[in-house]
Design a protein around this ligand. Structure first.
Ligand code: ADP
Ligand code: MG
Length: 569
């Protein structure tokens, strides 16, 4: 039996690990299962390249709770370790064996999906355990080894007997960490971090109801059997090729990701790139909803199928954080601050790649099925408009497919809109005037009046429209946006031929005077409209500033009335 001192550069690394390594104690399980997964995938790789003649079989990783002994066990059937390897990989803290493996098998192991690279993963076990044991048997023909350490720099390492190849890690849980002996707590953790890891993970058993035989009698009871409770789906959709997936596969993966979400996504974007960085993933445009669960379900970041976080701030441009789905990239540096992330070259490239893919997808949806795109517009406009505001590159692309709906639900692209209105809607400075309403009901009479003059009125009602208008006015030439109920509408050059009144000038003046006599002047202005108009033949309007004041006080309602609809005065 050997005893020795763990070789560390800091005098005692354990208090450090406990305090600072990860603020979240629960991630120890993710680290240990990552190691078990690595060990399994290494064996798979070695058998594939013919370096060993052991049979790979169908290995699983098992997690077991022993409440009597206060222990948690993580058991794999991977490569295992010889005594020398334990000495090297475990005792030399911060020596990452995964990195060494990848270095050694550089060319063949690129796609093996091996996870570890911090070299401190294993020691995170000491965040929750007073004592950790490793019992391991290598695939090489050597005796098994037993390592024990009680959270100091002292350890013991001795030969032992173990029947099966692979490694068992035993955590003797700390008094304060007994929560990790609760089945539900462990099951939740496994589901959170390991749901899509590439090796099956078994946690206990479950009952499964067998389908009845076709010729079974009606009253026969359904048979149940006990089967392994496998936590994960080792082949999630995003790891597959888009050509191997049907629309339905994407939808069912969405349900797998967000089991509490019943609304179907509008469409998906499959990300798949391996140069100059490695990234896979599927993003979904959700249906717009105020549902709280909708806001809780976020884009999840993975590394080689291990869940890392659902805070993708800094990695995905902000306007796309409203999307759902998964991003998996080994090239995103972890355990670094968000501000560092934003400055990182690889992350910047990833962010702009994602933006480009989203823009390309939207463009192709627009080109392939415009009608469908128009139907979805209301759900996707916030993301697109927000993107146009915040990313110039996205603006350039979106300018071709961003839609501007009219109050009559005609959808124009920017170019189509200008083409449609430029002859009829110009102001005295020669600018093309885009008229828009922000609320169809409140501004109804104004909309009607504008329509009478053959003006096209847009309905722009998204929350950021004021900013978008500013952006358009500053980036497009000779254009001015005017709200349909603003006084500036009068600045449009009127086409006189549309406005033949059936009243003589005298009659008009008489009518106007009659009304002015009963309407308080300081509050309203009386205005005549042509009598052949379908809208109000006569308008009593409030000055614009008063209407806006009223809106601000949220009393609602415009300030314009037809004859039969006079306000209480
Ligand atoms: P990393 O995973 O980043 O290499 P860890 O601290 O998590 O660092 O693990 C250190 C090393 O210990 C691993 O690289 C591996 O060589 C070895 N190791 C840990 N767990 C196992 C295991 N279950 N089976 C085989 N080797 C393991
Ligand atoms: Mg590791």
């Amino acid at each position: 039996m050997a005893t020795g001192k763990i070789n560390v550069s800091v005098e005692n690394i354990f208090p450090l690990i406990k305090k600072f390594l990860y603020s979240d104690h629960e991630i120890f399980l993710r680290e240990l299962i990552s190691n078990a997964t690595d060990a399994t995938l290494k064996l798979k790789h070695l058998t594939r390249i013919g370096e060993t003649d052991v049979t790979y079989g169908k290995p699983v990783i098992e997690v077991k709770i022993n409440k009597e002994n206060n222990t948690l066990h993580i058991i794999d059937e991977g490569v295992g370790m010889t005594k020398d390897e334990v000495e090297k990989y475990i005792n030399q803290v911060a020596f990452s064996g995964a990195e060494e493996f990848l270095e050694k098998y550089k060319d063949s192991a690129k796609d093996s999906g091996i996870i570890g690279h911090f070299g401190l993963g294993f020691y995170s076990a000491f965040m929750v355990a007073d004592k950790v044991e490793i019992i391991t048997k290598s695939y090489k023909d050597e005796p098994a080894a037993h390592w024990t350490c009680e959270g100091t720099t002292e350890f013991t390492l001795e030969e032992t007997t173990k029947e099966n190849r692979g490694t068992e890690i035993i955590l003797h849980l700390n008094e304060e960490e007994k929560e990790f002996l609760e089945e539900q707590r462990i099951e939740n953790l496994l589901t959170k971090y390991n749901k899509f890891m590439p090796v099956p993970i078994k946690f206990g058993t479950k009952e499964k109801t067998l389908p009845k035989a076709e010729d079974a009698p009606e009253d026969e009871e359904a048979k149940t059997v006990t089967v392994d409770n496998i936590i994960n789906n080792p082949d999630p959709a995003w790891t597959k090729q888009p050509t191997d997936l049907e629309e339905e596969d994407y939808k069912s993966f969405y349900r797998e990701l967000y089991p509490m979400q019943f609304e179907e996504p509008l469409f998906h974007i499959h990300l798949n790139v391996d140069y100059p960085f490695n990234l896979t993933g599927i993003l979904y445009f959700p249906k717009l909803s105020n549902d709280l669960s909708m806001q809780r379900d976020k884009i999840q970041l993975y590394q080689n199928q291990v869940f890392v976080t659902d805070n993708v701030e800094g990695i995905v441009p902000e306007f796309l954080t409203m999307l759902k789905g998964v991003i998996d990239s080994p090239d995103i540096p972890l355990n670094v601050s968000r501000s560092y992330l934003q400055a990182d070259g690889a992350v910047k490239k990833i962010s702009s790649y994602i933006t480009r893919k989203v823009a390309d997808k939207l463009k192709s949806l627009f080109n392939q099925n415009r009608e469908d795109f128009e139907k979805k517009w209301n759900d996707i406009k916030v993301v697109i408009e927000y993107g146009m505001l915040s990313e110039d590159k996205f603006f350039e692309k979106a300018d071709k497919f961003a839609l501007y709906p009219s109050v009559d639900e005609k959808y124009y692209t920017y170019d189509e809109l200008i083409e449609k209105i430029k002859a009829n809607q110009t102001d005295k400075d020669g600018k093309t005037v885009v008229l828009y309403a922000s609320n169809k009901d409140e501004q109804h009479s104004y909309i009607q009046a504008a329509k009478e003059k053959n003006y096209e009125v847009l309905l722009l009602d998204s929350p950021i429209v004021a900013h978008l208008i500013q952006k358009l006015e500053s980036s497009k030439e000779n254009i001015s946006f005017v709200r349909v109920d603003s006084d500036h509408v009068d600045n449009l050059i009127k086409k006189e031929e549309n406005q033949v009144s059936k009243l003589s000038d005298e009659e008009k003046e008489k009518l106007k005077a009659d009304f002015e006599a009963i309407v308080p002047k300081e509050k309203y202005t009386v205005q005549l409209e042509p009598m052949d108009s379908n809208a109000a033949p006569l308008m009593i309007t409030q000055p614009e500033f008063m209407r806006r004041m009223k809106e601000m006080q949220q009393t609602g309602g415009g300030g314009m009335f037809g004859m039969g609809n006079m306000p209480d005065m």
